[in-house]
Design a protein. Sequence first.
Length: 644
Amino acid sequence: MNFFEHQDRARQNTQQLIGLFSLSIAVMIMAIYIATLFLLGMAPRVWWHPGIFLYVAGITIVAIAVGSLYKIACLRQGGSIIAQELGGRLLLPDTADEQGRQLLNIVEEMVIASGISVPEVYLLERETGINAFAAGFTPNDAVIGVTRGTLEHLSRDELQGVIGHEFSHILNGDMRLNLRLVGLLHGILFIYLTGELLWRIRGSFRLGKEDKGLPIWAFGLALMAIGGIGLLCGRLIKAAVSRQREFLADASAVQFTRNPNGLTGVFQKLQQMDSRLIAPGAEAASHMFFGNALNPSFWEDMFSTHPPLAERIRRVGGLNVSHLPAMPSRNQTRSPSQESLTMGFAGSSNAMPEKKVVNQVGSVTPEHFAHAQALLSQLPESLRLGAREQESAMAIAFALALDTENLQIQERQIAWLREVQPAELVDKTLELSSEISQLDPSIRLPLVDLAVPVLRQNSAKECQRLCKCVHGLTVATGSLSLWHFVLQLILWHRLQPSINPTLVTTVEFTSIEQIWPDSLLVLSVIARVGNSQPDASTEDIAYAFRSGVFRLPKAGEQEKPEIPLSCNFTELKKSIERLRLASPKLKQAIVDACAHTVLLDNKVTQSEADLLRAIAMTLDCPIPPFLNPQRSISKQKQSSPKRS
């Protein structure tokens, strides 16, 4: 099952969730109706009264709806709300201890290997048990929470297995489903809280003139009991939704790291230690965690949101990792005679290249993980540390927008930047630009992602101002290059959770007819970029374009131009924004068509790789980096660009 199928499965599970939730409401309505009959002194003489039933049903549905809608509104800001409710604090590089920095390093490795945005990492300082969770609506706004006990009791390999497990939840669409589950079930919890309030009311105020029925506090006690039934129903729903997805996340973690012993070690420690949380919000978020966050109960096998540890150990131990390719050495010699980029695919070599790209979306192979570790180890310390500091992170963003090939253009950019930014920041930009220019171009997108967590700490206005400054540096060049478009597209998308934290993308397009013009426009640009070499003919470009178009669903029923459409980058950005609203299956078809257009000549240039990954990332379809088996991170001196 690939990334897109997981997304569709998550949407189907959401529909099942709503069905189970509705059934739970029906059970609670009947229970509250019976309690009301006793309160009014009508039972056991009368068991059916349509008017009272409708009255009770209406009030119950409204109460649950109010509770659920309130929680859903609170969760619009994403997973950070969950982390804060659980007592987590944002872990920043400049304030993290040695254990915290190790955690951040592992997260960065996973990010570069998978192609997602660096998630915010929260440390649950007061929690001494071993546990972790991932929360968010999309891979672009995800957060990861880790308990202090996890950092203190796990080795690096074991911690790597836990983070790999949580990254699987990020990549497989589990987070959005889990957040919706928290929002819906809060309405049931609202019934329990209402009963608790009534129970605390002292006295024996009674309804009706006769001294019959139950006092209000007793009715509140009944509501608490009914709310407790609702909580049990909620646990059953969470167990039904999450157990199989936990097995999937375990398997994915082993695939990421190619180290089943790391995850097995965690499970063995969980058998001897505690994974429970003391935070009051643990009940609502229990299905999000790596291990069981609640106290064990007599009905644990039925109500637990997680499979038994013995079964998880057995399944992880039975996984066959021998078919995965061996991790390449970090010091492996690269052959300078080859020029194309590859995805570093694992699996059958008989599959079509574009199918391999689709299968790599939302996935990580050992090669990508090794590539990420090598990249970070070879990255200059000034850039590695600079990406974790506010001023330097801004300087990195500006430096990536500078023209390092033409000194006159760069001087014009710097002159403009000095008008809008402090002199110290401009000098830092020049210093870092000199270092970045000595690196392989493939490092540019990872550098953006490494700087994003610190940049997101700015206010919405400051993030917007940063994006406008990058745009201003682009305008100062006199022409918009492909790299400048990619940089602005990725930077704006990555900073959206800070610029507009309540924005939630929903599916609006489910048929290719609705986005056909946008798909044609995107494929037109990719065909031109992929055949921009001097020896490429108009026929080559047209053939690549048509080949990509025919990969789209129902292509035979749509109007198809013979040559690529003419457009500018502004129009391209608008089309990509519309494609973001397509269903997962349509996104799969679009990524497949784009990959087919790129790989038609069996070569991937750096420009093609940057554009393809930028488009896919903006569609929230994270693509791992294209691996370059020929070049190391640093350029050879003789290949350094000459300044004019």
